[in-house]
Design a protein around this ligand. Structure first.
Ligand code: NDP
Length: 507
């Protein structure tokens, strides 16, 4: 274990021993390009906030298209050698990265919690273990990835070569920073591509730490390049660059549309994972206790900032009042507090802008006739260091129709609405009424009803009697405005490769 973490004034920094120098000091993050940590060409930086305190605690390179051009050049140069590197060697390097993430779990989780505002316990149990699992999963997956052959009786044999695309772009959001960043990078490099990646400028810290880990693990220079900065500068430059052959993006639907427009004329391969407004359908014959425990999580985990959260809760009429009473009681007990305290179940939301957006939607819900059953405002947090942080009370709203704006637009915060229903056909109509189609949860002990409902819901991912149970081999993604393409398992390895058919005449 050669990595060193420093935690000075809230700034976790990891570097290989002997490399602990930064031109501007530890508070300044750097780009990871061609195997080196370097500042942006512009030499300008963006403030990075700690959402729990509302204070600036570090600075991010304000990179632009010049930095992206340098990164693409490095990736392009590395491509020939990396794509020819035997899969077992690629696998070994990626497993080293997975090991190093695991060994540095505590510090990476601390960095994620400080940077994002999420409870440290969540970063420790979900975000960082999953980042390591992503590398491990695709490192070993590539060892078993095979292509097809098609034999034409006595005349010819076809086989399919799956070739890496070349240089690819990976762009990720702020809600699950290292988790989603590595979910894209791992399959891209496993298949022999070289990557130019951009984390969200709102949560760049663990991507910066990943750079140090990749250096330590011996990832050859140029295979992964991380360029920090704004979406409209760095993200746009990646999507526009003619040498970038594919883009894997996760983020909002509007940004996904912009990327689709920018790339339309260039025929880049695109995978877009976008927003959601997922239904949570609760039938009266469900296992009530199990449903209630899970519904608290599916409504408010990560302050409701998970694309798979189910903020539209439909409850069958016979259990509506019972559900409402218990859900409100238990939500009131969710402790909102300093993300670094083990007692906190809810941390801060990610930014001031997002904080204001959520409060705007709570206000809109009231204007639309919604009744706030609990929460509905800024949360007061006892820790004095958090007095200027962006905390919101978990909020439950009733009395709104399924088609109002509150129930149609993505809020992406600790806000859930509850609505009664009477018939299966009615709830399916409600569930499908938004432009989104990422996931849905169904609660019932009647297996036929579960299958029937699942088949009729317009969503890429359905959970029956559970939520966020993830098998990395399964196809992941949404329909309608929630997504284009699928991630996960072979789907990801196929996305990052181009099939070439070779037909050989037998005689
Ligand atoms: P954004 O769409 O704002 O940003 C996502 C990423 O794209 C960021 O790195 C952003 O940079 C970058 N970006 C912004 N503009 C451009 C552009 N013009 N060209 C290229 N890249 C650009 O999403 P958020 O970060 O706000 O994340 C929240 C959203 O992500 C929610 O809608 C949520 O539903 C969705 N999401 C979807 C998931 C899924 O699997 N379907 C999973 C998780 C989240 P910058 O931060 O600098 O603006």
């Amino acid at each position: 274990m050669v990595l060193i973490f420093l935690l000075t004034e809230d700034v976790p920094v990891v570097y290989k021993e002997g490399q602990m120098k930064k031109k501007r000091g530890n508070k300044y993050l750097e780009n990871y390009i061609n195997g080196e940590m370097i500042g942006p060409e512009s030499d300008t930086y963006i403030d990075n906030y700690n959402p729990a305190t509302g204070a600036v605690y570090s600075f991010i390179p304000d990179s632009d298209k010049k930095d992206v051009a340098i990164a693409v050049k490095a990736a392009d140069k590395a491509f020939n050698s990396w794509s020819q590197t035997p899969v077992d060697k690629r696998c070994r390097i990626m497993l080293r990265i997975a090991d190093l993430i695991e060994q540095n779990l505590e510090n990476l989780a601390l960095a994620e919690s400080i940077d994002n505002g999420k409870p440290l316990s969540l970063a420790k149990s979900i975000d960082i273990p999953r980042a390591s699992a992503n590398f491990r999963f695709f490192a070993t997956g590539i060892m078993h990835f095979a292509s097809e052959s098609h034999i034409m009786e006595n005349s010819a044999i076809n086989y399919t070569n799956r070739k890496p695309l070349g240089v690819v772009g990976c762009i990720s959001p702020w809600n699950l920073p290292l988790y989603l960043f590595t979910w894209k990078i791992a399959p891209a490099i496993a298949t022999g591509n070289c990557v130019v990646a951009k984390p969200s400028e709102i949560t760049p810290m663990t991507a910066d730490l990943l750079s140090g880990i990749c250096i330590e693990a011996g990832l050859p220079p140029g295979v992964l390049n991380i360029v920090h900065g704004y979406g409209h500068k760095v993200g746009k430059a990646i999507t526009e660059h003619p040498k970038v052959k594919g883009i894997s993006f996760t983020g909002g639907t509007k940004t996904g549309q912009e990327i689709a427009q920018v790339t339309a004329g260039t025929f880049k391969k695109l995978s877009l994972e976008m927003g959601g407004k997922n239904p949570n359908i609760i039938f009266a014959d469900c296992n009530f206790d199990e449903m209630m425990r899970t519904t608290l999580r599916s409504s408010f985990s990560n302050q409701g900032q998970i694309c798979l959260c189910g903020p539209r809760i439909f409850i069958e009429k016979p259990i509506y009042e019972k559900f409402k009473k218990e859900f409100v009681e238990r939500t009131k007990k969710l402790k909102v507090g300093d993300p670094l305290s083990p007692k906190s179940r809810q941390g801060a939301v990610v930014s001031k802008e997002h904080f204001e957006k959520i409060l705007y939607y709570i206000d809109l819900a009231k204007k639309e006739g919604g009744k706030i059953l609990c929460g509905g405002k800024k949360a007061t947090v006892t820790a004095s260091r958090c007095k200027n942080g962006w905390f919101i009370e978990p909020t439950i709203i009733e009395g709104l129709p399924p088609k109002c704006r509150t129930n149609q637009e993505e809020i992406f915060g600790p806000v859930a609405t509850i609505m009664p229903f009477e018939r299966e056909s009615e709830v399916i109509r409600y569930a499908n009424s938004t432009p989104y189609g990422l996931s849905a949860t169904i609660w019932t002990e009647d297996i036929s009803k579960a299958h029937r409902t699942a088949a009729l819901i317009e969503a890429g991912i359905i959970w029956v009697n559970c939520w966020l149970v993830r098998d990395l081999r399964t196809p992941f993604g949404g329909v309608k405005n929630s997504g284009m393409g699928r991630e996960g398992g072979w789907e990801a390895l196929r996305f990052f490769t181009e099939p070439q058919n070779v037909c050989v005449k037998l005689q």
